[in-house]
Write a protein that binds this ligand. Sequence first.
Ligand code: GLY
Ligand code: MN
Ligand code: MN
Length: 449
Amino acid sequence: MPDPFAPPLDRAAFADRRDRFLRRLGGAAAVIPAAPLVTHHADVEHPFRQTSDFWYLTGFDEPGAVALFLPHQPDNPFVLFVAPKQASAEVWNGFRWGCEGAVAEFGAAVAHPIEELAQRLPGYLDGAEGIAFRVGRHPAVEPLVLKAWAAQLDRAPRSGRAALGLVAPCPLLHELRLRKSPAELERLREAARISAEAHELARQVARPGLNERQVQAVIEHHFLEQGARGPAYGSIVAGGDNACVLHYTANNATLRDGDLLLIDAGCSLADYYNGDITRTFPVNGRFSGEQRALYTLVLAAQEAAVSAVRPGATAEGVHDTAVRVLVEGLVELGLLQGSIDGIIEQGAYRHLYMHRTGHWLGLDVHDVGAYRLGEHPVQLETGMVLTVEPGLYLSDRLPVPEGQPAIAPRWKGIGIRIEDDVAVSEHGHEVLTAAALKSVAAMEQPLAG
Ligand code: GLY
Ligand code: MN
Ligand code: MN
């Protein structure tokens, strides 16, 4: 059934995406599988999460389906294989659209029960000049595609035709997904709104003695209460030194007076658009001198990097902007030494800043789309959306590069990241997550109640 928290299915928008994908396929037929249900433990499954490629082209939110895109069959260019209506299954697992719904609601020219895929796939692929299928990702469907193609090749001497190659659908499809439509931007604004509100709520409740998980609960409660599916990725709620573990998700330590709290959390909407925000603030409402110096530096780097987002710039350029500000500041603070250019060239800052400054954002949190095409970094265009998330992490986990100063104890256990979601706009950019405050003053606002 449609999710009441998702906007009504915009059939024309999905049809337009399919048309554009079909045109790009040329004479190749594409086989795009939906996600299967994934086992959590024993016979219990994880909540269903559709694959983003399948969702982008169909809006169909059931597991185990397969979509065919058939430019060589203009009367039948979009075919769905789906779980058929079946009362005995629906009483356990809920409503299915079935073949009739796949045609009536989702615009398939024809729909078949998924059980008929093996038998019908060779016929649908017959006459295609190539087969667009992502190998290595869909173990249930891949053997059927390869078998159908092998049979074509076996018959080719007599039939006179066979698909000439297996091609990757990803570059064609992901180029489309990389450029967000106005409607998609609106959904990303909504994900950003809910995510930003959750961060503001978290800052109001955080205090010494609370457990990280109790802060996580406040954040994820807000996601669900606002109609999101839940967190877009494992929420990171990391007090003190835990923040120096980039993918910390244990979230089970007690918050300590004098520590910072880093929260990296964002929601995933009913139609899968995501927010991805990081904020860092003092647990007791007051930065120490070292924390303030480093926070101010990360904020300067983040604001400079956000300012670098505009049409014609590159994600690499945004990263380079952040790195330069960080390195200059770290030299001033005595945490690095040497020439700025030399440090950057040698990567002699990477024990303190070891990740990239951002990634594309959309239906996937680390969204699809190339950052480079051969030698050339991809230029930012209106409608692209990326995160900007520099940080600094002062711990003993990585060795200090030769020639660089040891980290004095007073700096250790400080992990800071500031992350916003930024859309490239005609004349520059729009910070989708601006409602999540980040100034030093805001991070020190008095504890509530
Ligand atoms: N939370 C994942 C990321 O920031 O990339
Ligand atoms: Mn993040
Ligand atoms: Mn991110």
